[in-house]
Design a protein around this ligand. Structure first.
Ligand code: ATP
Length: 578
């Protein structure tokens, strides 16, 4: 059992120390009441009550004897209850801290991290694994006191009773059985860690599958994939059950094993008692104490199992918590306020993996230029734009804004100077107003409405059931594509950043929506440095400069007429779309 692995995580108990302290005090009381109180009662109270040759007992004394049992159980029960209550209180607080730390880490991780991890897997780590870890940390921190105290109480009773009767055999029995039980604990624990890892992985796959399925609801119905989905989910559930039963198989084998070993100990005690003629009450008391000392051993064994399960979960959480945050603020950031927006790519190369996606790109975009990025699919247009807000860092070369390397500024300063309107604008399940406020959270109501008017969104917003206070549904489900686009544009108006990145929508809007979006765009780009990732050529009308990408290089720069006349890639693309 390696408790040390969990030591750093006891930090989560900070702030809940008082509850933990009282929980442990209660654990101690519980342990002493169980370990010592019961055998003691058997030894002293039983003979008095069952000695029928003695003169009748004083009613008060008898009442005292009779109440001994409920008294011990009352103390044990109350202490046990309070202990569980308080430890659970600590537990939920611990879970809150672990989950919040995990969540905070997810916010800090660079975009590249999410290319490697699926949402479902991360969700599973954030829920299943943190749950398991909480269970382990609380159970362990509780039992690690409670069981040894019970054990000590019981050994105390054993020693006391043994010396009183000059019988050390019971003690010896106890000390003989305990080391033997360590073997199954070790063997089973080793197996369990492997199975627990497997189980947490399977749980991850199930959540992954679920989240993928829920996110593809339209495609599944449109392509009639329901049955295929159900089948593949069923197969996954089979694997999960298999993994779960493996854990049950090992985890549950331990208690009976230890019980059988302890029963063997008790049987030897029987034989011994018969041979040396130990009186019944002494025998019952000793066996009681013996049992009370095996029980904690059994529970400590289970604790070891729990630790293994927790270790499996911990590994999966640590993998994320220890993931290096590669995109961070520089140590001595260049102070920047509002940038002018002059963008300079200086011999920039970039790769997501091994394959270079941008190769030695050098270009200069003066402040206030509306620049369209065109090129065949996969040429590197989006990647080029992603390097400006530092969603990824360049592999070599530098991206500069107003002559300052983007890596030399604080991330928050850099990103405050950039507004992004993505292909499929993501709206939060909140009111229209709050969705626009994302652009600049401290804006006034008038500013929000002015931004909406600029984005030609004010009219449709006012017609919504609760106007600006209408909830838009998950990802803006209750709005049309064009409406979502215009809310995204309103956000960008409100942000009023000097640099604007527009990932042009690929899905066509109806003519009226399209016209409004185009008008809003024309207004939005005024006076800003704009990068438009152009999938259709209609947008290029508002661009004063065009960069033509092909296979990770810029193969042409200029305006439409020059490029159409002199650039093959451009002409081919343009003519294909007409
Ligand atoms: P499109 O017009 O189809 O959007 P694009 O010109 O914007 O294409 P990019 O999205 O920049 O092209 O992609 C350039 C190359 O990088 C492609 O080969 C693509 O497969 C790869 N790529 C893009 N994003 C990632 C990613 N997150 N992880 C790994 N490879 C990526």
């Amino acid at each position: 059992m390696d408790f040390r692995r969990f030591l750093p995580y006891t930090k989560y108990f900070r702030g809940t120390r008082l509850a933990l302290f009282w929980a442990l005090v209660c654990a101690g009381v519980y342990g002493i009441a169980s370990g010592f109180g019961l055998p003691f009662m058997i030894q002293y109270v039983f003979p008095k009550v069952f000695d029928f040759n003695a003169p009748p007992l004083d009613p008060w004394v008898l009442a005292g004897y009779v109440l001994w049992l409920p008294g011990v159980f009352l103390v044990r029960g109350l202490a046990g209850y309070l202990n569980i209550y308080l430890i659970n209180l600590c537990g939920v607080r611990v879970l809150k801290k672990i989950r919040t730390e995990f969540f905070a880490k997810l916010q800090a991780l660079p975009v590249a991290f999410f290319d490697r991890h699926s949402t479902g897997d991360l969700l599973s780590r954030a829920t299943n694994d943190t749950n398991q870890l909480q269970q382990t940390v609380t159970l362990v921190s509780n039992e690690i006191f409670r069981q040894p105290i019970t054990l000590l109480g019981a050994i105390g009773a054993l020693i006391y009773l043994s010396t009183k009767h000059n019988d050390v055999v019971f003690l010896l029995l106890f000390f003989a059985i305990v080391p033997i039980t360590v073997f199954p604990i070790r063997i089973i624990g080793g197996k369990l860690l492997k199975k627990a890892r497997l189980l947490q992985g399977e749980l991850g796959s199930v959540t992954d599958r679920m989240s993928e399925n829920l996110n593809s609801r339209l495609e599944i119905r449109a392509f009639g994939l329901e049955q295929r989905e159900i089948e593949s989910f069923r197969r996954l559930m089979d694997q999960l059950i298999h993994a779960q039963m493996k854990v049950v198989k090992y985890a549950e084998a331990l208690s009976p094993l230890i019980e059988i070993l302890s029963a063997a100990g008790v049987a030897i005690a029987f034989l011994y008692a018969h041979l040396v003629q130990i009186p019944l009450e002494t025998f019952v008391a000793l066996v009681g104490a013996l049992y009370m000392s095996y029980d904690p051993v059994k529970r400590i064994g289970r604790l070891s199992n729990e630790l293994k399960k927790g270790e499996g979960a911990l590994e999966r959480i640590e993998a994320i918590l220890k993931e290096p945050v590669t995109i961070t603020d520089p140590e001595n950031p260049v102070p920047v306020q509002r940038l002018r927006g002059e963008i300079h790519f200086d011999n920039v190369s970039f790769a997501y993996g091994d394959e270079p996606v941008l190769r030695g790109i050098t270009t200069h975009i003066p402040a206030g230029t509306v620049c369209a990025l065109v090129g065949p699919s996969g040429a590197g247009k989006s990647t080029f734009a992603r390097l400006v807000p530092r969603f990824y860092d360049v592999v070599s070369g530098a991206v500069k804004i107003d002559g300052i390397d983007v890596r030399a500024m604080r991330l928050a300063d850099l990103r405050a100077n950039i507004a992004i309107v993505s292909q499929e604008p993501i709206l939060f399940n909140d009111t229209v107003r709050n969705n626009i406020l994302v652009g600049r959270p401290d804006a006034t109501a008038e500013e929000v409405e002015a931004a909406a008017r600029n984005a030609y969104a004010d009219d449709f917003i006012r017609k919504l059931p609760q106007g600006y206070e209408t909830i838009v549904g998950e990802r803006g489900a209750s709005l049309s594509g064009g409406q979502r686009q215009r809310l995204a544009l309103a956000r960008a108006f409100l942000r009023n950043a000097p640099i604007l990145i527009l990932d042009e929508a690929t899905s066509a809007l109806d003519a009226e929506s399209e016209e409004m979006v185009q008008k809003a765009l024309a207004r939005l780009v005024e006076g800003k440095t704009v990068l438009i990732i152009a999938h259709r050529f209609s947008t290029i009308r508002i661009a004063s400069r065009i960069l033509v990408f092909d296979a990770g290089r810029i193969v042409g720069e200029g305006d439409h007429d020059t490029l159409h006349a002199g650039n093959d890639v451009y002409r081919r693309l343009y003519d294909k779309q007409r």
